[in-house]
Design a protein. Structure first.
Length: 139
């Protein structure tokens, strides 16, 4: 997705296409794992877009409110962000090095429906993470 597309996407959700907002969207598009605000700041500052934590928090909060970004928290309670346009997935988190990998699980939607049916709940969303050691840390 090119910069013009990010600008259109922001306008579509009634947000001004500032350089920082465009950069955050671009970074989240390029990133394969959820990232925290400090990482976002470091990377976009390296791109020459100077910003501060307050601005980035406001950006990711607005993008989350508008349904463009998901906020994810693992056991460390650190908020991380990723685009909602990605295929629904879960995460494996290495407890040693902190590596985060996507986990696709085709059986989860059926399990969600079954739990909802048995419990009499309307399940609107769920969160499922796996914790352990990645292949590198097992060596």
């Amino acid at each position: 997705m090119q910069q013009g597309n990010f600008q259109k996407q922001l306008r579509k959700i009634d947000l001004k296409a500032t350089p920082a907002r465009v950069a955050v969207l671009k970074l989240l598009k390029e990133t394969k794992q959820p990232i925290d605000v400090n990482t976002i700041i470091d990377k976009i500052n390296k791109w020459g877009i100077k910003t501060d934590p307050t601005t980035v928090f406001r950006i990711v909060n607005k993008l989350t409110e508008r349904g463009v970004v998901n906020q994810i928290q693992f056991q460390d309670k650190k908020a991380r962000y990723e685009l909602t346009e990605r295929e629904h997935h879960h995460h494996f988190v290495c407890e040693d090095c902190g590596e985060i990998e996507d986990v696709l699980a085709d059986a989860i939607p059926a399990l969600e429906r079954e739990i909802g049916r048995k419990q009499g709940f309307l399940v609107k969303r769920h969160s499922l993470e796996f914790f352990g050691l990645c292949s590198n840390c097992q060596k």
